[in-house]
Write a protein that binds this ligand. Structure first.
Ligand code: RIB
Length: 289
């Protein structure tokens, strides 16, 4: 593909309220001494920005509230020229918020208050008839909405099954590409195995594998990095994979590129603030063994 891939992302838009702490709290425990920051986030918006920063033309579809958090949540998408005409601003509901704790090793705990994301529906979504090379969804929207999208959108459909929740088999069957981490792969089990989709399984710092009809068809390691904050690394992986896959058509190369992008996204704090440029990904790709 000579021109930039055209990607539509239908998904969540959040404001991430992040406390950096030494150690993540256990249930019932209070951890003090946190350092507070606000970042744009949401799995949908993160994947949209990752794909855009890696060269795709991206249109974002979703909902925010009519509040000040919306401006903060959309700021980096806007600054990077993601098409936001498909983002509806809804009165009387809050923009989605994620409360995130990040520890000294870069690991996180996330609680999401979906707000306007829970109102993304056939009624609030803009016209979906546009022409795109791929549509990308995650599971931070209502199950009924994902089911509707699986029935409605034409062309290549990639679903990142995150966060895992019960989904009708027909949704998994409709997808051309399904992306899961290890927890999600265990959650979907046989449902995933019976899908004909290209399955991309991320393995954290170990890299990722691609499977088709239960057989491994490609595998990539991740470059070794010292993570600062892993928030948004999985989203960066997904955005990078789809851009590279559409651009080159090679699953193996796209997997290696996405692993390098995901690793690069752990090197700075925040979800969208850490998303790498093409140069940053290529520099890490050279280090992948
Ligand atoms: O995948 C990371 C994202 O999950 C965060 O940005 C947060 O908003 C939650 O949606």
């Amino acid at each position: 593909m000579k021109r930039p891939p055209r990607i539509r992302v239908i998904g969540s838009i959040n404001l991430d309220i992040v406390a950096r702490v030494h150690t993540l709290p256990r249930p019932g425990e209070t951890v003090s001494g946190g350092v507070l920051a606000h970042y744009p986030g949401g799995k949908g918006a993160n994947q949209a920005l990752a794909a855009r920063k890696l060269g795709a033309d991206v249109a974002m579809f979703g909902c925010v509230g009519n509040d000040s958090a919306a401006g903060q949540a959309l700021a980096l998408l806007e600054a990077n020229h993601v098409d936001l005409t498909g983002v509806a601003i809804l009165d009387g509901v809050a923009t989605g918020v994620a409360l995130i704790a990040v520890d000294a090793a870069g690991e996180n705990q996330i609680v999401v208050a979906p707000g306007a994301n829970a109102l993304v529906s056939p009624g609030t979504l803009a016209d979906l008839s546009g022409d795109y090379d791929a549509t990308l969804c995650q599971l931070e929207l209502p199950v009924e909405t994902i089911t509707y999208l699986a029935d409605t959108v034409k062309g290549l459909l990639c679903i990142n099954l995150a966060p895992a929740k019960p989904m009708p088999q027909e949704v998994l069957d409709r997808a051309d590409i399904l992306v899961v981490n290890e927890t999600e792969a265990a959650f979907y089990g046989d449902q995933l195995n019976s899908s004909q989709a290209l399955i991309i399984r991320t393995l954290g710092a170990e890299g990722a594998i691609a499977l088709q009809n239960g057989k491994e068809i490609a595998r990539s390691a991740s470059p070794e990095v010292l993570p600062v904050d892993t928030t948004g690394a999985g989203d960066t992986f997904v955005g990078a994979f789809i851009v590279a896959f559409l651009s080159e058509g090679s699953v193996a190369n796209a997997l290696a590129y996405a692993c390098a992008a995901g690793a690069a996204a752990t090197l700075q704090a925040g979800a969208q603030t850490s998303m790498p440029s093409r140069d940053q990904v290529e520099a890490l790709l050279d280090l992948t063994v």
